[in-house]
Design a protein around this ligand. Structure first.
Ligand code: BES
Ligand code: MN
Ligand code: ZN
Length: 491
């Protein structure tokens, strides 16, 4: 699909469908003067459709209408823009996604014109439309065969009256490609993406963009004393793969940072097995942090900022076998700290412990970890909002970047008193604390594996997955928070 900005106005455009935006109103909307020429060209069809559908411009509402005869434009899509004073770049992106959802299953729309008011500036508007259309249109059909595959017919999208915006559209497209890369990794089931095939996918990225890739196998991780990570990997038949991908800019980097993603290609819970039902059936998504990490790597490698970025994931499965981790086992992480495993289902933090220690040894200026870490975070913040813990300044930088991405974060406390529930009578700590504040004690656990590097922890257990097609999301992996990570590195 090709998206382009053009100077042409609606009245001069011809094609399969045109999307026209209207701000919300109490009354049924009548034809605005700006659409007079288009309406005349379509023999009064636009005014007629507005009256006929009683369109009121409610945010996200759409109405797709066929125009009769041999009109130059075959369909008109009315799109509600909501409140005029709330028309910001986020609203543009969401509106474009609503347009994508409305035309997605129409086999006859190959050419589409989008006519929306500018917000901020023409370039930002074009980028937001690109993101909304691309992400809204995306459906993962890789695992379907047969006739029910719904590939959208859409071939070209012309953004009207905005001129050539190829740079902004290219940026939007690259951000979406990174996001979709992450979505596809998350959607892939655990019999397709295991630690070894995840490495193969990362190797493809490394080859395509000329990135350095180091993979530590079982023996190398043993040599680095990664006892916490290897404890989780005890029961899987797939060998653990500690993945370290590096993007280095040409010349001296302005900054050096690490992004660490939880990479549980499947989380059965281990001996503390998850109950049957959605909680275990969903656990192919438990590598959502790693997916976002490598999705961000794809976009960053394409955009080439002057920042050195290390992308890290201690990938494994959490399974059950005769050699599997038992509740009560004591593990020693690579920084020497001992952990009493009182719950084998709190495995993500064990893998992250050794990954954070490894990241800090790289002498980076900032570490961000991303993890589908706790159900407790979903209880606290719901499905749409990501919990964020850690260094204030770094948290502010992430929050600023998230605003550009339209992804939601909420700062949570690293309440040190809550470490009490992680205290173990026999080891330095347990891996599971009290049920109350469970996402906070998980963050406090991770903090034990960071010395003094500015660090932020992102719990994406809620927003990594979407149960419905809504806003820019389709059902399945969301690619959250790839775009925030990329904006953070770019800034
Ligand atoms: N991978 C899960 C967390 C999760 C839950 C991710 C829902 C996505 C959606 C994690 O490994 C886990 O099992 N956490 C436990 C921790 C508990 C044992 C302290 C949880 O949240 O129940
Ligand atoms: Mn678990
Ligand atoms: Zn998990």
């Amino acid at each position: 699909m090709k998206i382009q900005g053009i100077a042409q106005a609606a009245a001069d455009w011809s094609g399969d469908a045109i999307a026209l935006g209207f701000f919300s109103s109490e009354e049924v909307i009548s034809l605005p003067e700006s659409l007079g020429a288009l309406d005349r060209k379509l023999s009064g069809a636009v005014a007629e459709i507005l009256a006929e559908t009683e369109f009121k411009g409610k945010s996200g509402s759409t109405s797709l209408n066929r125009i009769g005869g041999s009109a130059a434009i075959k369909k008109v899509l009315l799109v509600g823009l909501g409140d005029e004073d709330k028309w910001d770049s986020k609203a543009v992106r969401s509106t474009a996604a609503a347009i994508a959802h409305a035309v997605k299953s129409d086999k006859k729309i190959a050419t589409l014109a989008v006519n929306l008011p500018v917000s901020e500036d023409a370039a930002t508007t074009a980028q937001m439309i690109t993101e909304g259309i691309t992400l809204g249109l995306y459906t993962d059909n890789r695992y379907k065969s047969g006739d029910d595959i719904e590939e959208p017919a859409l071939e070209t999208v012309d953004i009207l009256e905005i001129g050539d915006q190829s740079a902004a559209i290219a940026l939007g497209t690259t951000l979406c490609e990174g996001t979709i890369h992450a979505r596809e990794l998350v959607n892939s089931p655990a019999n397709v993406i295991n630690p070894v095939t995840l490495v193969a996918s990362v190797k493809e990225l490394a080859d395509e963009y000329g990135l350095e890739l180091t993979v530590l196998g079982q023996a190398e991780c043993e040599a680095q004393n990664m006892g916490a990570y290897l404890g989780v990997a005890e029961a899987t038949d797939h060998p653990p793969q500690f993945i370290h991908l590096v993007y280095k800019p040409e010349g001296t980097p302005r900054k050096k940072v690490a992004i660490v993603g939880k990479g549980l290609t499947f989380d059965s819970g281990g001996y503390n097995i998850k109950p049957s039902g959605p909680s275990i059936a969903m656990m192919k998504m438990d590598m959502g942090g790693a997916a976002a990490t490598f999705g961000a790597a794809k976009a960053i490698a394409a955009l080439k900022p002057d920042v050195e970025v290390h992308f890290i994931s201690a990938a494994t499965e959490n399974m059950i076998s005769g050699s599997g981790l038992r509740p009560g086992d004591i593990l020693t992480a690579s920084n020497g700290k001992t952990i009493e495993v009182n719950n084998t289902d709190a495995e993500g933090r064990l893998t992250l412990a050794d990954a954070l220690v490894y990241a800090e040894k790289l002498d980076v200026e900032a570490i961000v970890d991303i993890a589908t870490l706790t159900g407790a975070c979903v209880i606290a913040l719901g499905d749409d909002i990501c919990g964020l813990w850690g260094d204030d300044e770094l948290a502010d930088a992430i929050t600023a970047a998230s605003d550009k991405a339209g992804e939601k974060f909420w700062k949570m406390p690293l309440e040190s008193a809550y470490f009490e529930s992680l205290k173990s009578p026999i080891a330095d700590m347990k891996n599971t604390g009290a049920r109350a504040g469970g996402s906070i004690s998980a963050a406090l656990f991770l903090k034990e594996f960071i010395n003094d590097t500015p660090w932020v922890h992102l719990d994406i257990a809620g927003p990594a997955w979407s149960e419905k097609e809504a806003d820019i999301y389709s059902k399945g992996g969301t690619g959250f928070p790839v775009r925030t990570l990329v904006h953070w590195v770019l800034s």
